[in-house]
Design a protein. Sequence first.
Length: 244
Amino acid sequence: MYNWQQRTILLLGEESHHALQRASVLVLGTGGVGSFAAEFLLRAGVGKLILMDGDRIEHTNRNRQIQALAGNTGKLKADELANRMQSIAPDSEILSIPRYYEKEQSIENLRGKFQFAVDAIDSVDSKTAFLQQMVGLGIPVVSSMGAAGKVKPELIRTTDLFKTEGDPLARKMRKRLRELGIHRGILAVYSPEPVNENAFLRSEKGVEAIGTISYMPAAFGAHVAAGMIKIILEGDSQSQKASN
């Protein structure tokens, strides 16, 4: 039978493909960055994906979120993304968890069900709690910083969170995590490009939204997926060496 993963196997080899098939990844946040990251991981051959997000699709999501369509406004983002991904790879294991992350309780029942994690959420408090939890559990995580208000994909970088520079969200995260005793070990995708100050939608309540162009969340998602795939394959290679 023809293997739809043939082109990936040609590039990476059978062993790497099998390593991706065995991998299980939790994707926290299925908006612009998370939706693309999840689909790129699936199309690369990751065998199990858990999608967690309590948001519903809004009409303004259609400019940047892969599952957002004119006909599914109001539906749950995680469920719609899971349906789309299941149609791409029916044999893959896709689990949708349509609720928000609420510190430790949110993934307590997922212990042992995933080996890797993607952080694609915006809330600084939730992001801090999740990254602290992943570090505490020893689960490799790739964290996305801010894609909104930026237009230059050529400036996107991937490095340890504590080596990032020029990204306001990354700066907040470094400060929060250092206060918790965490100083390394989180792979981050970020851009030092200054945020366009004209892109802010403000009201009496403060900033309500930041303008975003279609390709930037997708580009961030591609870097997140690439970073995660590298972690998976390097970990598998180290395991193979240890067993020989």
